[in-house]
Design a binder for this molecule. Structure first.
Ligand SMILES: Cc1cc2nc3c(=O)[nH]c(=O)nc-3n(C[C@H](O)[C@H](O)[C@H](O)COP(=O)(O)O)c2cc1C
Length: 158
């Protein structure tokens, strides 16, 4: 089976998560892992499994991933498995209770990516997950690369 992981990343954290997923999937699948700006249409159209991820910024999907999702509407998708992820601030690292509340209620990218991807791919209820950074620009919280690798591997049996 072919699997394609497409990510956006400003500081490298989401890319690390994407590459951990790709490495884990590559144990059994043929995997391509590229950024939204480098990925080729054929690599997306020819894939059986599509995993998309971006950082959460201002409670939303990044602009580059939003553009990619718009472009995706013109693609001839054939994937049978799709999933979405984001990276986001670990609420436990935010000292201000008010800020914690704002970040938590503001929302995150993964759910929106999953919803948009499901619509375009003609699939429903895509799995999605958030992975944590411990400060605005990272680093990743300890254990997140392993969690990402396991999460991606589990998608194969979902
Ligand atoms: C301008 C900006 C806005 C952000 N907004 C949010 C947010 O709304 N919610 C959140 O959980 N994290 C937020 N973050 C933290 C990002 O999620 C974090 O930078 C990202 O996970 C790092 O991924 P990257 O290294 O791939 O860019 C924000 C960071 C920046 C720089």
């Amino acid at each position: 089976m072919k699997a394609t992981v497409v990510f956006d990343s400003y500081f490298g954290n989401t890319e690390k998560i994407a590459r951990a997923m790709a490495e884990s999937l590559s144990k059994t699948e043929s995997v391509v892992c590229k950024s939204t700006t480098d990925i080729e249409r054929a690599e997306v159209e020819g894939t059986d499994m599509l995993v998309l991820g971006s950082p959460t910024r201002a409670f939303q999907i990044t602009d580059r991933m939003k553009s990619f999702l718009k472009e995706l509407k013109s693609f001839d998708l054939n994937c049978t498995i799709a999933a979405a992820f984001d990276t986001r601030i670990d609420l436990e690292t935010i000292k201000s209770g008010f800020l914690r509340f704002v970040v938590d209620t503001g929302g995150y990218a993964a759910k929106s990516i999953a919803k948009k991807t499901a619509k375009v791919a003609g699939l429903k209820d895509l799995p999605y997950e958030g992975f944590f950074v411990t400060d605005e620009q990272g680093p990743l919280k300890e254990g997140e690369l392993e969690r990402a690798a396991n999460w991606a591997a589990n998608l194969l049996s979902s």
